[in-house]
Design a protein. Sequence first.
Length: 308
Amino acid sequence: MGHTFTIAHLSDVHLPPPQLPSLRELNAKRLLGVVNWFWRRRPHHTVRTTQLLLADLAAQRPDHVAVTGDLVNLGLESEVVAARHWLSHVGPPEEVSVVPGNHDIYTDPGAGACLAAWSSYMAGSASGAESAGGARFPYVRRLGHVAIVGLNSALPTPPFRAFGEIGHGQRALLATLLDQLEREGAVRVVLIHHPPLPGLAKPDSALRDADQLADVLRRHGAELVLHGHNHRAMSTMLDFPNGRSSVIGVPSASIAVAHGQQTPAAYNLYRIKADRQQPIEMITRRITASADGFEEIGRVALGSQVDA
Ligand SMILES: [Fe+2]
Ligand SMILES: [Fe+2]
């Protein structure tokens, strides 16, 4: 009964585009995205930082890795293919769960390319649904006493907008799944790119149905909700009838040095016991000040925490 399942959580890798958009792929949003990448993002998001993170992650030997979106920048076919290759270095599809971010499902044409290319990393273990050229959401993966529930909050948006939405269909199914998993005694871990609760992101880049999603979580419960998108560490607690959710965001996995509100690369390890009453231990590992490796910077017991 003493088995502990360890999930690592990283996000917002923003891998460099291997090539510029083709004429067929080009539109106003991608043109602005290219400018944004070269002038604002490229200096901060470095491949070396991500390589150091993955080396440290491998040494920690987690049982599973959660990647909460924004693997790429412009949602191009070439990026999505490169990111699929990168994912194979993170681990095999059975050991890595991915949900898409707003930069993965960025704009048309090609908004669904990542869903097809990464579908094995978003496939549910118990789902009978065929993934015909794409993944179905929410997906559920049962991993021993842990259940991962993946949501898709990404949709094509106009220029300068990075909002998300999971919609009524996913919310309704999520409610049913959370109840079912609760009856099965699973520790429920929900993955979503956008911060899932109201007030956690700027209006232009927030989840549009955060109020409704918070309501589902408040009624049906999930032990852990992991997100990205803000490129900094965040932590909020949410009470549900039989317990308390820890809603935790991680910084980008590729930023070596803080700039603006965005903090240096870090990832979290969650040590999850089979007994849901036991707190989940969260260990944070961050890039060192000299940017030559990662080190542990904190260890907390979730579930018994007062709001941070
Ligand atoms: Fe991001
Ligand atoms: Fe994002």
